[in-house]
Design a protein. Structure first.
Length: 137
């Protein structure tokens, strides 16, 4: 009896994972500068941006096989492929700020990290912060 329950549970988990995998949207983007996604410093390079669900994103550097996961605040339940990445720039430091879909219907924003908040406070007195948009292929 326990074996049947374990097999049924395993089948449910595999089925759920397979249906989730089908809903993922992936886009490719070249990011010409190092940046932070959440607390992770990522190098410049070509990235696959994958929407895991409406809130979770995986950014994978295809050259160096490094990945970062980011949790977004979502304005809609869309998992449409990313069309623009928005970065906050402070001097030579970039922080992933938002992902926009191509229809303009969904903006997924990322909460600033403790480091970004600290830098933002320093830069506010100098008025040097700016936003950078990158188009996704």
């Amino acid at each position: 009896m326990r074996r049947i329950i374990a097999i049924a549970f395993l089948a449910t988990v595999i089925g759920t994972a397979a249906s989730s995998a089908g809903a993922q949207a992936t886009s490719t983007v070249t990011i010409p500068f190092a940046f932070r996604a959440g607390g992770t410093l990522m190098p410049a390079g070509i990235y696959q941006v994958q929407s895991i669900d409406a809130s979770w994103f995986c950014l994978s550097n295809t050259d160096r096989h490094e990945s970062a996961f980011a949790l977004a605040t979502t304005t809609s339940g869309s998992t449409a492929p990313a069309k623009k990445l928005v970065f906050n720039r402070y001097g030579e430091r970039y922080f992933l700020s938002a992902i926009l879909d191509g229809r303009g219907e969904s903006e997924k924003t990322f909460s600033p990290s403790k480091l970004e908040r600290s830098i933002r406070a320093e830069e506010a007195s100098l008025n040097n912060g700016e936003r950078v948009l990158l188009a996704v292929k």
